[in-house]
Write a protein of this length. Structure first.
Length: 115
């Protein structure tokens, strides 16, 4: 299982970013995909999850309405659109898949929100 994440960077408060996570090494269309984030000095937390078909999503309560997860099974890619970004959204963002008993993680992409 491998992931290639992209789309992170620096943005001013109120700005937007779109993260991408291209997957390989497993049957992407069969699995739920998730995004997590980890801020400095904090535990990794769940941001969003999307079902295998992309027909249902789940978000951390604090992020509802600002973040949107989506996927393209033909491209084996999951996306995270982030709007109205706040300084507290600064973190490393990771894509994740649970295959059986195993958790697989991307290398992470840094998102920094500051003025």
């Amino acid at each position: 299982v491998q992931f290639v994440e992209s789309g992170g960077g620096w943005v001013q408060p109120g700005g937007s970013l779109r993260l991408s996570c291209a997957a390989s090494g497993f049957t992407f269309s069969r699995y739920y995909m998730s995004w997590y984030r980890q801020a400095p000095g904090k535990e990794r937390e769940l941001v969003a999850t999307i079902t295998s078909a992309g027909d249902s999503t789940h978000y951390a309560d604090s992020l509802k309405g600002r973040f949107a997860v989506s996927r393209d099974n033909a491209k084996k890619t999951v996306y995270l659109a982030m709007n109205s970004l706040k300084p507290e959204d600064t973190a490393v963002y990771y894509c994740n898949v649970k295959v059986g008993r195993n958790d697989y993680w991307g290398q992470g992409t840094q998102v920094t929100v500051s003025s």
